[in-house]
Each structure stands twice: as C-alpha cells, then as structure tokens.
Design a protein around this ligand. Structure first.
Ligand SMILES: Nc1ncnc2c1ncn2[C@@H]1O[C@H](COP(=O)(O)OP(=O)(O)O)[C@@H](O)[C@H]1O
Ligand SMILES: [Mg+2]
Length: 450
C-alpha cells in the first residue's frame, strides 16, 4: 500500500478501510482505532508505525474471532475416542485380545454413537499397554533403557510454511500413541505447535509460563543482573500436560521473542551460561521423564533457533519440493553450519547429531517439476533424504483449520479416502523417524511399524 496515502488518510477513509477487511470476513465489528493527524504524521516512520499497528491489531482481532467460530479458545480440547480396530493396530495385538484384556482390567465399556460399538480413550489404551508390558516386559512400553540417551528431534529451516509445525505436532503425537514419553517444546513465538495442542497463548500462557520462563537470563545469580526477574524458572514449572496422554508441552508465546534481545546482551556481558546452552540445560533438567523431545523451530536463524540446534540429537529439515525452497534450505544449512562452527569455537561442545534428515513436505508426487526436485535432492543427499515424503493433502489443511491433527480427526465417509491417504503418508514419515531413533538406541527387537 502506498505509504503517503496511509499517513495522510483522513479518518473516514480509515473507517472504510476497516469495512473492507470486515467485508471479506464476517460482520463482527472491530473497534475503531484512533487515527490522529498532526505534525507527526508527516514523518514516514510514524506513518508506517501507525498504519501497521492499526492494521495488525485489526487483523489479529478479526482472525481470532474467525478462529473462535471454528474452535472456541476457552473450550478444552479433547481427544476423540479410538475404535477397537485402531487400538489393536496400535498395540500390535488382536481385537479379541484387546476386549479380553479390558475385561481383566475391568475397564468400563464406553459405546460409540450411533453404532453402539465399544470405543477407547487414549488413557485406556495406555493402561492396556502397561498391562501388556507387565506380561512381556520391554515389548510394549518402548521407554528408554540404560545407556539409551534422550532423543531431541528438531524440525527446523528458514522457510515459513514448509510444514515444520505440522510435522512436529504429528511426530510428537505419533510417538505418544506408541507409548513413548514425549515432550513437545515450541520454540516459535508464533506458537503454532502450542495452538495445535489446545493451548491459546493469549489466553492460557501467562508471563514466564512459556519456554522463555525456563531459558530467560533474568538475574540468574549473575552479578551483572541482566534482567529484572527472579531468575529462570525450573523447566518442570513450564511443562504442562496435554489432553493427549503421554504428550507434555512447553508452550510458546510472544514473550519468547525477548530471548532474541536478552541473548546478545548476555553475550556482551560474558554471562557464564551463554544463550546456546540454555535450551539443552532446560531439557537436561527433565530428561529422566521423557524418551523423545520434539522441537518446533521458528522460521528464522535467531538465538532461539541456534539454541534449539545446539540441544538437538536429530535434525529434520522440512522442504517443499520447489527450487526456490531448496535454495532457501541451502542458505539455512550454510548459515546454520557456520554459526554452529562459531559456537563450537567459543567453547561450546561439538553437537553430535545422531541423524540429520531432509523431509519432503506438501509433496504432489504426480507433479513433474516437483519430481525433478525430489530426484535432485536424493541424488545429492541420498539416504539423508527420508524415503517417505509427506503428501500435499487437503486433509492436512482442513485439520489445521480445525486445530486438529490427522491422528485426532474423525474420518467420515465424505473424506475417508483423502484422510486415509494423508494418514498413510504421515505414518510412513513418522515410522522412518522412529526407526532412526531405535537405530540410535541399537534396538533390534523393535516394531517400527505396527
Ligand atoms: N502436507 C500438507 N498438505 C497440505 N497442507 C499442509 C501440509 N503441511 C502443512 N500444510 C499447511 O501449510 C501451512 C504451513 O504449515 P506449517 O506446518 O505451519 O509450516 P511452518 O511451521 O514450516 O511454517 C499450514 O496451513 C498447514 O496446514
Ligand atoms: Mg511453524
């Protein structure tokens, strides 16, 4: 939009502009934001500041109203029940055995409507899993054993919209469904992962309740007193359980962006625990409680992203198979590589990644140019490109709108085929990641795919 037009615009125009935005959406009325003229309005900076603030607020308000229509933020998110067939597949036993165990455990029967068949909550599935594992120890509960280190899987790349958050939330749920103890940590102040897991940052995440609470410098016992607060909180205090049994969350909120301003200051003051160690130290505090940590990185290479990379054991770089996205991935790798080298030179340890994978996302296999890009990537990076790709699917996009994952959505007859295809693709990707984890743990008796 032309800047001069904005800064000189009289109030009536501003109102008609508001009407335009509202016209696209719903008749909900957003409050008129004051627009004053005056001598400051001659300054181009003031023009942008005022215009962007006003439009940003208007859009945010409107978007959250729209989101509320699909999913009210104060509504507690609940997981759908699972069919006996799904339970049997998850546990790797027959449906009959599932029912038999339920009788042994005296799990009360809950019926699906309208069919009247028995259904199961994830909590009940978890009880069945524990029961099975007691009979054959180590076979059904895949928890870490002696000598197996925690796996920190980081979904990262520059490019927004490459599917980081989508893949991160699905990976976290996939592992939880299979009985791993999972902690999802949202590193992105935009908080997509947080939102997908039923937590609305503006409503449910107070000050110091995001990851920032546990990694912020504050005064931290350091004489240089970097901040005003009481020091970082123990990681345990910012972890919350989700509606998804076995999956805990450290949410993000806008305050996380403060890490980007605190970190350079702490570096200048030679803080004893520099920015890049802070996420890994926070994870160390709770590592005994988890098998898998999933990190969802923001789409830039700032201090949080670097600290996330430093904490990772496995890296998943998501890429949409288009040349422009591949070029962006190349920049990300080059820049991240050289920055990590600087950190290592500054007394950080070498980050020993257990694996590093490129994941092709939003893939349309029948698209010739995309096929060429995938072939190009495979010829360059061979086994570092996951064999499975995540297909581009309206099922993913639709689920995203309803703040649901493929693992949560209820299949109905209208979307069954699309949904099943997307689910199969997502499972294929996650099964490969699980196989990587199990390979790192030297497990031989695993079932990578149920
Ligand atoms: N496989 C897919 N098929 C269709 N849409 C997808 C797929 N993966 C992601 N999306 C959509 O693309 C958008 C961006 O995805 P997201 O995971 O938020 O990317 P990022 O975290 O890299 O910015 C979201 O609206 C999401 O629903
Ligand atoms: Mg994201």
């Amino acid at each position: 939009m032309d800047q001069n037009t904005v800064q000189d615009r009289p109030r009536a125009d501003a109102d008609s502009d508001r009407q335009d935005v509202e016209g696209i959406a719903t008749p909900l009325v957003a409050p008129t934001l004051p627009l004053q003229g005056g001598k400051n309005s001659a300054s181009p900076n003031n023009g942008i500041a005022r215009s962007f603030t006003r439009k940003g607020e208007l859009l945010s308000r409107k978007l959250s109203r729209l989101a509320e229509e699909v999913w009210a933020p104060e509504q507690t998110k609940q997981l759908r029940p699972f069919q006996t067939q799904e339970v049997a597949a998850l546990l790797g036993v027959t449906e009959r055995y599932v029912r038999q165990m339920a009788n042994e455990l005296e799990i009360p029967k809950a019926d699906a409507k309208p069919v009247g068949r028995r259904v199961w909550t994830l909590d009940e599935i978890s009880r069945l899993r524990i029961h099975l594992d007691a009979k054959s120890p180590g076979r059904y509960l895949p928890h870490r054993r002696e000598g197996e280190h925690i796996q920190v899987l980081n979904f990262a790349t520059f490019k927004g919209g490459s599917g980081k958050s989508t893949q991160a939330v699905h990976a976290a749920q996939y592992f939880a469904l299979r009985g791993y103890r999972v902690l999802a940590i949202d590193l992105d102040p935009q908080a997509s992962l947080t939102t997908m897991l039923g937590v609305t940052p503006e409503l449910h995440v107070g000050p110091q309740e995001s990851l920032f609470g546990a990694i912020s410098f504050q005064d931290d016992g350091d004489p240089t007193k970097l901040g005003e607060g009481r020091g970082p909180r123990p990681m345990r205090e910012v972890i919350r359980q989700t509606y998804f049994t076995g999956l805990d969350l450290v949410p993000a909120s806008l305050e996380l962006a403060e890490f980007e301003t605190e970190s350079p200051r702490a570096l200048m003051l030679r803080h004893p625990s520099p920015f890049f160690t802070r996420i890994s130290s926070a994870i160390d505090q709770v590592a005994d409680d988890y098998d898998i940590v999933v990190l969802d990185s923001p789409p830039q290479l700032g201090f949080i992203t670097m600290a996330g990379l430093y904490a990772s054991t496995g890296l998943v770089v998501t890429v949409h198979p288009q040349m422009i996205d591949v070029a962006s991935m190349a920049q990300f790798m080059t820049l991240a590589g050289s920055l990590m080298e600087v950190l290592e030179g500054q007394g950080g340890r070498t980050v020993p990644l257990d694996f590093e994978k490129i994941l092709v996302t939003r893939h349309t296999p029948s698209d010739q140019p995309q096929m060429a890009v995938v072939t190009f990537l495979r010829s360059l990076f061979r086994t570092d490109v996951l064999t499975a790709t995540m297909v581009n699917s309206t099922a993913v996009a639709d689920c995203g709108l309803a703040r649901q994952t493929l693992y949560e959505a209820v299949r109905d007859s209208s979307n069954k085929r699309t949904y099943d295809r997307a689910l199969q693709s997502m499972d294929g990707v996650n099964a490969e990641l699980e196989a990587e984890v199990l390979r790192v743990w030297h497990r031989t008796n695993h079932r990578a795919e149920d």
